[in-house]
Design a protein around this ligand. Structure first.
Ligand code: ATP
Length: 237
């Protein structure tokens, strides 16, 4: 059973709040095998975040079928097995990290476990910042906390939208290590990153999304040569 199976996915955003109507996905077919580390790459505006939100049931597709972990992303039992790190994190600035994890655990229907939360915060390198308010965290620290929240309950599928955004180079290596460890444990990883080097190091397979369509899909070393111009910008050579 694939972890993610998407057939003929279309998404048209209606004109609203001063924004123009926009066809963000134009018939995407994609299968992500269980246990795979899968990377989604593509230029800005390609539809990557829309795709991620569609497979999580956050965005309602205009057409097409989505199955995640063998069920519908709208099924709460399926959602409980997915860890998600969104592109833009909204965190309660006056809270501490343990309080935040406790609440996220409750929202996920888990029994909060302070010792486990402490271990998770250690794993993402936030042990020293546990007593501080989240409002004083740097962008990278907020991303690490978001990753800890996504890891709550040992999800079967981790969906991460730009997980190392705002993290310094050393922190990136650490986060990459956490993701590789998760994949070794058998977690399926679906990663959206504009850093090609990061995708290359972590993922077995990638899909290139451009203009709402999957242009190529396969092992990264098998894909487009010469590389498209936008790809060369991120990873010369
Ligand atoms: P980026 O890397 O810049 O985040 P992306 O590949 O994730 O880009 P999306 O954010 O999915 O792309 O956007 C795809 C297209 O849909 C873009 O043209 C964007 O402007 C448009 N879009 C996204 N969200 C909405 C919305 N809520 N309403 C209208 N158009 C939208």
């Amino acid at each position: 059973m694939p972890a993610i199976e998407v057939v003929g996915l279309h998404k048209v955003y209606r004109r609203a709040f001063g924004r123009r109507g926009q066809e963000a996905l134009r018939g995407v077919n994609l299968t992500v095998p269980e246990g795979c580390a899968f990377g989604l790459i593509g230029p800005n505006g390609a539809g990557k975040t829309t795709f991620i939100k569609s497979i999580l049931g956050i965005v309602q597709p205009t057409a097409g079928a989505v199955r995640v972990l063998g069920g519908s992303p709208e099924d709460p039992r399926i959602r409980a097995r997915i860890g998600y790190l969104p592109e833009r994190l909204h965190l309660p600035g006056s809270w501490t990290a343990p309080a935040f994890l406790r609440t996220v655990a409750q929202l996920k229907g888990l029994v909060p476990d302070a010792a486990q939360h402490r271990r998770l915060l250690e794993r993402v390198g936030l042990e020293a910042a546990q007593g501080r308010r989240i409002g004083g965290y740097s962008k990278g620290m907020r991303q690490r906390l978001g990753l800890a929240a996504a890891l709550l309950g040992a999800p079967a599928l981790l969906v991460l939208d730009e997980p190392t955004d705002g993290i310094d180079p050393l922190g990136r290596v650490e986060v990459r290590g956490i993701l590789q460890e998760e994949v070794r444990r058998g977690t399926t990883l679906f990663l959206n990153s504009h850093l090609l080097a990061e995708t290359e190091r972590v993922c077995d397979r990638v899909a290139i999304l451009a203009n709402g369509r999957v242009m190529r899909e396969g092992r990264l070393d098998e894909l487009a040569r010469p590389r498209p111009r936008w790809m060369v910008r991120f990873a010369p050579g």
